[in-house]
Design a protein around this ligand. Structure first.
Ligand SMILES: Nc1nc2c(ncn2[C@@H]2O[C@H](COP(=O)(O)OP(=O)(O)OP(=O)(O)O)[C@@H](O)[C@H]2O)c(=O)[nH]1
Ligand SMILES: [Mg+2]
Length: 567
């Protein structure tokens, strides 16, 4: 902690000394293409590039007073409140043993306040811009070779892309096209003939405001080429998903993680903007007196922003660690619930639906505060909810963010603080929407992401697979081993699932629920409170004893017997 505080102080001091140094430079001027926070705002004029969406129009520079007004000097870093993990709404108050004392432990005078996070979040120019969009979607279809996706089809991938766009308010799909390619890795993605066909079709479609190329990530060079060929904005899956995240982000943690995931996009946008300025003879000029070019200044500001976000997230990680050790100390087994986020499937008038992680946790815990939604990536934060298994053992269910295919690791990485909880759980439940045509492909994707997260082997080997939404499939029967068919919504198959969870928890942790009679004159009860998880105490005052229900591992029970043998 001491080391952390002193390094943070050093970091802040450094930033301040740069600030003082820069202030002293007489004719210091720079542009602020990305609306980044700048400590020397008052001394310069800032510029931003206003890109018109009109056909073939050129970018132009204009003075950006708004950017000047919104930029603020660096603030000293402060840490997070823990409310992001155990939702304040009361997820922690239904965990036995959770009390105000724990919240005091978790509270920290270094808490970062909402306005500071909001400032970081808002200052970042949204990667796809504000407002409505009428989208033309193109899906590059690789027919053979190593890049072909064998577990899915181009139609299903297109349906998923349409689902992503439709999830955004006031966005609509105006036209779509599946176009085959043999060279998806090349700058232009498609061959010359196909590219021309595509360009003609986009140009002939009235009202298009942006094109969504359904690939994981476009290189800055491809993006630039496409934008100049089609005269409108171009998005990839990374930018669309990030925009959905941005719209759904509620907590400080989610906002910071999204801000971090946006950095690579801002970086490539910056390269494009500066390349454009270069063509006009301005980008790589030295800014008077500073010894830095415009690109270097912007890159440095971006780096500083990234450091600031990472540092705040690191504090959050430390707090998570603290929280986790509290949970461990109390010996509550932890069950992480994971699954794919569906898009591209309509279910009656209900809109697009996901696999049902939150619905399942709600059914298992009876937590009425939980809100399953017909929305992609509705859950962006890890939340913890307590429930009981048939032996009355209390377990904690961790609700997590959904996964999607073809998402770059960078995006998952920025959520690693959140997903770290999964690696520390005692059991993983993998929820699958069995009514979805791509259910097998989705399973492979989820398992791949879990592998990339370096989930310990013992956890990977004991995953319980839940086939959800059997109410939507006529007389469904699972043919896969270690899987259970349920309907979280209709509460079917939940008792069997709880029994399976219990068996797996006992195998994975060696913990059992035991009922012990203790002598109230001895230190037995306080020992149990310290070393195990006391669930219930039934005092018998006449006999000076109590019947205690406790969760304990075999090792702890051995120690208990040794200590209190004579009792
Ligand atoms: N028919 C049916 N619908 C279900 C079932 N389980 C969940 N749903 C519906 O699926 C939709 C999505 O459920 P959620 O629980 O929010 O899904 P999620 O996996 O948590 O989604 P994200 O948090 O966005 O990743 C909701 O409309 C639920 O009512 C089920 O067993 N049967
Ligand atoms: Mg959810």
């Amino acid at each position: 902690m001491k080391y952390f505080i002193s390094s943070t102080r050093l970091f802040t001091k450094r930033i301040y000394s740069w600030y003082v140094e820069f202030r002293q430079k007489p004719d210091y001027q720079t542009g602020n293409l990305l609306n980044l926070p700048t400590p020397y705002k008052c001394q310069r004029r800032a510029y931003h590039v206003n890109q018109s969406h009109q056909h073939g129009s050129r970018r132009r520079l204009r003075s950006n007073t708004a950017a000047l007004q919104s930029s603020r000097p660096f603030l000293p870093l402060r840490a997070f409140s823990l409310s992001t993990h155990l939702q304040k709404r009361g997820d922690d108050h239904n965990i036995p043993g959770s009390d105000s004392h724990d919240r005091e432990d978790e509270d920290d005078d270094e808490d970062i306040d909402d306005s500071e996070v909001d400032q970081l979040f808002q200052q970042q120019v949204p990667t796809v811009g504000e407002g409505d969009h009428r989208i033309f979607i193109v899906h590059p279809d690789v027919k053979w070779g190593t890049r072909k996706q064998y577990l899915t089809t181009a139609d299903l991938m297109m349906a998923e892309a349409v689902g992503l766009v439709n999830t955004l308010q006031n966005w609509s799909v105006i036209d779509k096209m599946i176009l085959s390619t043999k060279t998806p890795e090349k700058k232009m993605i498609f061959g010359k003939g196909n590219f021309q066909t595509l360009t003609d079709r986009i140009r002939r479609t009235p009202g298009v405001t942006a094109v969504f190329v359904n690939v994981e990530r476009l290189t800055p060079a491809s993006e630039k080429e496409f934008e100049s060929a089609w005269g409108v904005k171009v998005f990839d899956r990374y930018s669309i998903v990030l925009h959905i995240f941005r719209c759904n982000a509620k907590t400080k943690e989610a906002k910071l993680q999204i801000s971090l995931a946006e950095i690579p996009l801002l970086r490539s946008r910056l390269r494009n903007e500066v390349a454009n300025l270069d063509q006009q003879g301005g980008g790589s000029r030295y800014i008077m007196g500073s010894g830095e070019t415009l690109l270097e200044v912007q890159q440095r500001l971006l780096k500083e922003r990234e450091l600031k976000i990472r540092s705040a997230l690191e504090r959050l990680r430390r707090k998570r660690h603290l929280l986790r050790s509290h949970r461990k100390h109390r010996d509550f087994p932890i069950i992480s619930v994971m699954g794919y986020t569906n898009c591209g499937k309509r279910q009656g008038s209900m809109g697009y639906t996901n696999c049902g992680k939150t619905t399942l946790i709600k059914a298992l815990t009876g937590d009425v505060a939980l809100q399953p939604r017909d929305q992609l990536f509705a859950t962006l934060d890890v939340t913890v909810h307590a429930g009981t298994l048939p032996s009355h053992m209390t377990v904690l269910y961790v609700d997590t963010i959904g996964f999607l295919s073809q998402l770059p690791h960078q995006l998952i990485d920025s959520f690693s603080a959140t997903l770290e909880d999964v690696t520390h759980s005692d059991l993983i439940v993998h929820v699958r929407d069995i009514s979805h045509p791509e259910t097998l492909n989705q399973k492979v994707n989820v398992l791949n992401v879990l592998k990339n997260l370096q989930i310990p082997e013992r956890l990977m080997n004991s995953i319980i697979e839940v086939h959800n939404k059997i109410d939507l499939v006529d007389s469904y029967e699972s043919s896969e081993p270690n899987s259970l068919a349920i309907s979280a919504l209709r509460q079917q198959g939940l008792e069997e699932l709880k029994m399976e969870l219990q068996k797996a928890i006992v195998t994975n942790t060696g913990k059992q629920v035991m009922t012990l009679t203790v002598d109230l004159c001895s230190s037995q009860l306080s020992w149990l409170y310290k070393e195990a998880t006391v669930q219930e105490v039934d005092v018998n005052p006449d006999q000076g004893s109590a019947v205690v229900k406790v969760i304990m591992s075999a090792a702890a029970f051995g120690r208990y017997r040794k200590m209190f043998q004579s009792c």
